[in-house]
Ligand binder design. Structure first.
Ligand code: F6P
Length: 536
């Protein structure tokens, strides 16, 4: 692992960026565009089916170089090599993090404890393939011989958010007529409402838990099992209808899942990076295995780009360093992800876990308290809906909120002028955030609209928009399994690069444990008090 100074804020490269920030403070992005007619074409990177326009940032070539110099000084090269090579990049759990290996072709060699893990990954993909074919053809059917029509995936966090995002984002690619339902929450409404629509004879359950110890998942799975036998199935039928994906085979077997129905997870895959493993079975069962493999290929293309390209032409590195720039040098506290695509409505939720569970930390990998801000709050939602809700705060609020716009050039559902209008909205929001409107422009506009001079003067401050709000625009020809795979992998690597600068272990999540511990103490008391009894 690369030696870093006690704190990155001591680096000369950090201090250089502080100076550059001060120098740029009086220059707006409007000025930068006015000074450089090539800006839009120069600040453009294409990779793995995605194109990033990062021209609307508080950025000059000198700053981009300085950001790259900071990443070099923080040992990004070595840390990236260590990530791909399966070295221990999660020191607090003493593990590698090999989600990239899950997307590697079969002829590759990636070693954990001296053993090549690629064959096992591909054997698991083949097992998934056999299951998907058997379910789709009806040869693996329900206990009365009827073909499965519904899949209930029970899992939470990384065992839920990624698969749900992909299943719903790729609806145009669904194959096999399996409806996929997700149950995550330990709120009886979630499982009750889900089961109320289903027929036990044609429903297959998938218990998704790396640890097989997660309370929400285990309790929901018990309820599902009970519902299954209470509605006509025998205990013996459980073996055909209940599958699991877990690294804890012993617990899954104890739960009653047939060993042959247990798909492996490995401790070198983090929960929030696991949709590429058998945790992706809801994806494969809903979309078909060819589309699941295409998703992996898209992610692999992004891995190769991230691994091989120089920093200033590297999509995840540029996006990560821009985020560091705003977070640590301009005081941004949040980051908005604004997909202009209805199919990507669950992307912000997945990225929240990915980014905030990874980089929501306050000590370095060595356990030393940080003296700088780490991960910002990530939030967002689909455009154009957000324009009629929270965009007001981005345009005229007091906070700096960098944003990522994400939009495909072609729609799966070309209706009337909808897509052109959606696109125009996306571009106009990015432009408005960048350019804003000066008070003088607002006043002039009012006068041109026939408003009297006194009213125009009074209204102008309310209509003025400061602008200078940074944004990226990420584009793709179409949302496909390949481009979605690349997009998710892009954010994974962006998260990793940020963690390198902040010197964090982005693959652990100790902070979530205390709440679980306290919950385990409170629950027996509530049960004994009868507080949780139903009151009618
Ligand atoms: O509590 C947090 C967490 O551990 C996440 O990191 C993980 O994705 C989720 O719980 C679910 O864990 P599991 O797959 O072990 O049930």
């Amino acid at each position: 692992m690369a030696e870093q100074p006690a704190t990155p804020t001591d680096l000369a490269q950090w201090q250089a960026l502080t100076q550059l920030r001060n120098q740029l403070a009086a220059t707006s992005m409007r000025d930068l565009f006015a000074q450089d007619s090539e800006r839009a074409s120069r600040y453009l990177i294409e990779a793995a089916g995605l194109a990033l326009d990062f021209s609307r940032n508080r950025l000059t070539d000198e700053i981009l170089d300085a950001l790259m110099a900071l990443s070099d000084a923080c040992g990004l090269d070595q840390r990236r090599t260590a990530l791909f090579a399966g070295e221990i990049v999660n020191p607090t759990e003493n593990r590698p993090a090999l989600h990239t290996a899950l997307r590697q072709p079969a002829d590759q060699d990636v070693r954990v404890d001296g053993k090549n893990i690629i064959p096992e990954i591909h054997q698991t993909l083949e097992r998934m393939d056999r299951l998907v074919s058997a379910v789709h053809s009806g040869s693996h059917s329900g206990y009365t011989g009827k073909a499965f029509t519904d899949l209930v995936s029970i899992g939470i966090g990384g065992s839920f958010l990624g698969p749900k995002l992909v299943v719903e984002a790729l609806k145009p690619y669904w194959q096999g007529n399996i409806r996929c339902h997700f149950v995550a929450n330990i709120d009886g409404t979630n499982i009750t409402e889900t089961l109320s629509e289903l027929d036990p004879e044609t429903t297959v359950f998938l218990v998704q838990s790396k640890s097989f110890r997660t309370q929400e998942t285990l309790e929901n799975s018990q309820v599902a099992r009970q519902w299954f036998v209470d509605n006509g199935a025998t205990d013996a039928a459980v073996s055909a209808h209940f599958l699991a994906v877990t690294a804890n085979v012993a617990e899954a077997t104890r739960f009653g899942i047939n060993r042959d129905n247990i798909f492996p997870m490995w401790d070198w895959v983090g929960g929030r990076y696991s949709l590429w493993s058998a945790i992706g079975l809801p994806i494969a069962l809903t979309l078909g295995m060819d589309h699941f493999r295409a998703l992996l290929n898209g992610a692999h293309a992004m891995d190769c780009h991230f691994r091989d390209q120089p920093g200033d032409r590297n999509l995840p590195i540029v996006m990560a360093m821009l985020s560091v720039w705003y977070n640590n040098f301009w005081g941004a506290e949040s980051h908005a992800v604004l997909p202009y695509d209805e199919y990507l409505k669950h992307l912000p939720e997945h990225l929240q876990q990915l980014d905030m569970e990874s980089n929501g930390k306050r000590v370095t990998q060595n356990g030393r308290a940080v003296d700088y801000q780490t991960g910002p709050v990530l939030w967002g939602g689909v455009g154009a809906n957000g324009q009629h809700a929270y965009h007001q705060l981005i345009h005229q609020g007091t906070r700096l909120i960098p944003a990522d716009f994400i939009i495909p050039l072609l729609s799966h559902n070309p209706v009337a002028h909808h897509h052109a209008t959606l696109f125009a909205n996306c571009l106009s929001q990015a432009r408005a955030m960048m350019a804003g409107k000066t008070r003088a422009e607002a006043e002039q506009e009012l006068i041109e609209d026939g408003v009297d001079a006194a009213t125009a003067e009074n209204l102008a401050p309310h209509k003025a928009i400061p602008g200078n709000q940074p944004s990226n625009i990420l584009m793709m020809d179409k949302l496909t399994p390949e481009t979605l795979g690349a997009l998710i992998a892009l954010y994974e690597h962006r998260t990793f690069v940020q963690s390198v600068i902040w010197n964090l272990d982005c693959f652990d999540q100790w902070g979530v444990e205390l709440g679980k511990q306290i919950g385990n103490e409170i629950l027996p008391r509530l049960l004994n008090d009868g507080t949780s009894r139903q009151r009618r």
